[in-house]
Design a protein around this ligand. Structure first.
Ligand code: SF4
Length: 293
């Protein structure tokens, strides 16, 4: 899933032999993370169970890989992590300009060109990636799952979340509507809104989640005040049911979206949404005017 949840999209290929040949693992300089995020793409076939109107995955071009080759993914992960921690990464032209303060490994992010939790053996791949991280002595490095929360009820996804919990995991779940109608307008999926809300609530009862909320103009119209109120109501329902939300990140679109009737909100409009969330929910909220990089 992307809310720019796709590190691969902004991948700066570097180190010709190792990166350009990579299919699943990519380093990204992330100013927001104040460091390097190593992206893992579990959806090389670019198939997603959502069809978000703002999606930034380029589905007009066929991908080179249509399935995850586990051994290759794990060796790419190990190689990229070694490059980052050794500092060799910054010898590559694409990363040579990385400021000293950002020359650090911040996280491993599971996102990619579709919804990561749809990967059938999600728990196994998360466990294998965690083992690579631990084998390199990187136990403290975060593992971030960027997700639409649609599959949390599946046993393999549930187990995967638990494995993340045991390995500095952080779950960023997207939620950007308050009503079924607006959810359908934005996310275009047969999965009911209720299922997403139930999944987020259940997962947030076990560990605190980060909510990623991307708002935009659709055919020139920003989300209505009623929709934003409903969005806050949904957040309040999650917390009233025992769900823990540690942060609500509010964004707008910055790169070319899937549909040309989608346009960004102004900074002032994004600020107003953040203020509304803070006031209506008392949750911590953070603003990002562009996509998270
Ligand atoms: S969840 Fe939406 S934004 Fe993310 S990859 Fe799927 S279609 Fe794109």
């Amino acid at each position: 899933m992307t809310t720019s949840k796709n590190p691969a999209q902004s991948l700066h290929t570097c180190h010709e032999r190792s990166f350009r040949a990579n299919r699943f693992v990519y380093p990204v300089l992330s100013r927001r993370s104040v460091g390097i995020s190593v992206g893992v793409n579990l959806n090389p076939d670019k198939i997603c169970n959502f069809d978000c109107i703002y999606c930034q995955v380029d589905r007009t071009r066929q991908s080179e890989s249509t399935f995850v080759e586990t051994d290759r993914l794990l060796s790419e992960l190990e190689a990229v992590l070694r490059l980052v921690v050794s500092g060799e990464l910054y010898e590559a032209p694409e990363f040579a300009g990385t400021p000293a303060s950002l020359r650090r490994l911040n996280d491993i992010a599971f996102s990619g060109d579709g919804e990561p939790t749809t990967y059938r053996n999600f728990d196994e791949i998360i466990a294998a990636c965690a083992a690579v991280k631990d084998s390199l002595g990187l136990g403290d490095v975060k593992m971030v799952l960027i997700t639409n929360a649609s599959m949390f009820h599946r046993p393999s996804a549930k187990r995967g979340l638990e494995i993340l919990d045991a390995h500095q995991g952080e779950i960023w779940a997207k939620l950007e509507a308050g009503t079924e109608a607006y959810y359908q307008l934005i996310d275009r999926t047969p999965i009911p809104f209720r299922q997403i809300l139930e999944n987020i609530t259940a997962a947030a009862r076990v560990r605190p989640l980060v909510i990623q909320a991307l708002f935009m103009r659709v055919h020139g119209e920003p989300p209505s005040p009623e929709e934003l109120d409903a969005f806050c109501d949904r957040l309040n329902e999650i917390t009233a049911a025992g769900g823990q939300l540690k942060l609500v990140q509010v964004y707008t679109v910055a790169r070319r979206p899937a549909e040309d009737f989608v346009a960004p909100l102004s900074d002032a409009e994004v600020d107003a949404i953040v203020e509304l969330v803070r006031t209506r929910t008392a949750l911590p909220a953070a603003v990002f005017y562009g996509v998270p990089q």
